[in-house]
Design a protein. Structure first.
Length: 309
């Protein structure tokens, strides 16, 4: 495996292999000396054309824990701001010795373009492309669910509810694909104007309202960030209406099973899609998600660059 562009690149066996090597990486992260030499001499470039805190930092720490040299490039400081295209940037980074490029880009399909048009032979990891996919986020979410429910990578019988701005969410899209692959029942709900077409073909059952969806008694509920930056000016958005209908408020917490988990990819808009009470509820796994993200990114880098097929 050379690139990770989409969850569609993964067979079920490959996904399970990545999750189990993420568990091994978590064990490394609990040691006093948290490093492995597997990527010594390799160079990983984080090329981010959108803001990011946890994804960029966790890719950086992940690569460093494996011994790679890491360079961070953000669009503000690269020639992108002078109009250099993705092809020239990719070829420049490869000429400088990049073995892998971790790309976050506002355009859906950017990582595919970089990896598949014959521009470069470095590995490409999609760290979020527009509203398309965010495969390492789905892997870290699956790892979180797997751990919490001790599911042995078989999610049969687990119901996952995804709530909110489905239209703009690459997190939701990658999660639908991976959760289905692992056998979970995936349900979703969100405002009609933020509901894309085609989700039922992805094996997702849609509910009209959050309260109806909560009646399905999900084992995990994933709240999505409201992606205001991706909304067209013509989508009338009212924060107070959204909060009333779609937020995991403190009142709604009572509808969740005691053993359910609450998830959010971050960054959270507290008071909008998620209340403070929900973010800090004992069922919240938000910080476990962040920790698992580090392990997943170590596993992915190791698989792509560490000599395994
Ligand atoms: C997500 C992203 O950027 O796609 N965040 C993340 O990677 N942790 C989700 C979001 O920004 O809504």
């Amino acid at each position: 495996m050379k690139n990770l562009l989409s969850i569609r690149d993964l067979s079920k066996d490959k996904a399970i292999e990545l999750l189990s090597s993420s568990n091994e990486m978590s064990a490394v992260n609990r040691r006093a000396i948290k490093t492995l030499p597997t990527l010594r001499g390799k160079t990983v470039v984080n090329l981010f054309y959108e803001n990011s805190t946890r994804t960029r930092i966790s890719f950086e720490i992940a690569a460093k824990r494996l011994g790679a040299d890491v360079i961070n490039v953000s669009s503000e400081v690269s020639s992108a701001s002078k109009g250099e295209g993705l092809k020239d940037t990719a070829q420049t980074l490869e000429a400088l010795g990049a073995d892998a490029i971790v790309l976050r880009h506002p355009m859906s399909g950017a990582a595919h373009a970089m990896a598949t048009r014959g521009w470069i032979s470095s590995s490409v990891i999609n760290a979020g492309d527009g509203r398309h996919e965010h495969p390492t986020q789905a892997l870290l979410d699956a790892l979180t669910i797997n751990r919490h429910f001790d599911a042995g990578c078989d999610f049969t019988g687990l119901k996952v509810l995804i709530v909110g701005d489905l239209l703009h969410s690459r997190v939701a899209r990658s999660n639908f694909l991976l959760l289905n692959l692992l056998g979970a029942t995936v349900i979703a709900t969100g405002p009609k104007e933020l509901m894309p077409t085609g989700f039922s073909e992805m094996g997702v059952t849609l509910y009209e309202g959050l309260d109806q969806a909560l009646e399905q008694k999900p084992d995990a509920i994933m709240m999505l960030r409201v992606q205001k930056e991706r909304m067209q000016a013509d989508v009338a958005f009212s924060a107070s209406n959204y909060q009333r209908s779609w937020s995991l408020t403190e009142e709604r917490l009572g509808q969740l099973k005691p053993a359910s988990v609450i998830m959010h990819p971050g960054p959270m808009n507290r008071g909008l899609e998620i209340s403070n009470g929900a973010a800090e509820d004992s069922r919240s796994q938000v910080l476990e998600q962040v920790q698992n993200g580090l392990a997943v990114r170590m596993a992915v880098l190791h698989h792509l660059l560490g000599g395994q097929s």
